[in-house]
Design a protein around this ligand. Sequence first.
Ligand SMILES: C[S@@+](CC[C@H](N)C(=O)[O-])C[C@H]1O[C@@H](n2cnc3c(N)ncnc32)[C@H](O)[C@@H]1O
Length: 264
Amino acid sequence: MTFTGGDVYQFSFEPRDYLTSFCSFGKGRDDILNFRLQKCFEAFKSGPDGDLGGDVLIDIGTGPSIYQLLSACQAFKSIIATDFTDKNRQELEKWLKREPGAYDWSDFSKVVCELEGDREKWREKEEKLRSTIKHVLRCDVTKSNPLDPLVISPVDGVISTLCLETACKDINNYRSALRNITSLLKPGGHLVLIGVLGDSFYKVGQQTFFCLPLDAQTVRGTVEDAGYTIKEMDVFLIPDVASHLDITDSYGNFFLVARKEAQD
Ligand SMILES: C[S@@+](CC[C@H](N)C(=O)[O-])C[C@H]1O[C@@H](n2cnc3c(N)ncnc32)[C@H](O)[C@@H]1O
């Protein structure tokens, strides 16, 4: 599979096709989605005074998705969402502004509220997230400053879900993209990384996108080499890989939390 770079994303990544295939319950992927929501819930549950909390969280490569931020919005005062493509940022804005036709995330919000103890509070949860996302910015993880030309003060937290492996054509590029996003983080700040394992492609509508196949050991080493101490890494192995082969060949997901040490 040849690498699909920024131009392919900008013109051919259809947010609604992506959401329908990869961010919908009841399509044989519930266990994967529940793994991500559960791990985010556990990681952010200590709130603003916990290790994983503070003033600003940046989500790198948010895409059209918000599931990864539903728990985080209880732990950070503000969130900056980012993505490479115009269409993804527009789809996200549609949800933030409650525009007609915005994607319905209520199944996800209900799961997270149930984990927090009251499934009925899902509307309040969505309002809390909307008010916590203060900006939706363009980003490019291949740039040394991914928010270029914007320069911001280093933040307390960076989260990135399923982005770096889709944006990088080889492990050296993955290493530098990780270093690029690390430059946005304060020493002592935390990185939350969710990614896919063994994935070489994923299909969004009619378009097939490249993915860099990763294994847990390589991710670990790369994160440590970028100046982090890993606090947690958990792997979810997909029980029935064959049933997803029409849209992806990933065999698992990983969830990682790491603290940035003093030197970059
Ligand atoms: C598989 S989607 C993941 C979206 C979302 N984070 C999620 O978990 O559902 C990959 C995302 O990476 C973004 N992306 C691709 N290349 C990028 C780059 N060079 N810099 C930043 N984001 C990029 C895409 O636009 C897309 O939104």
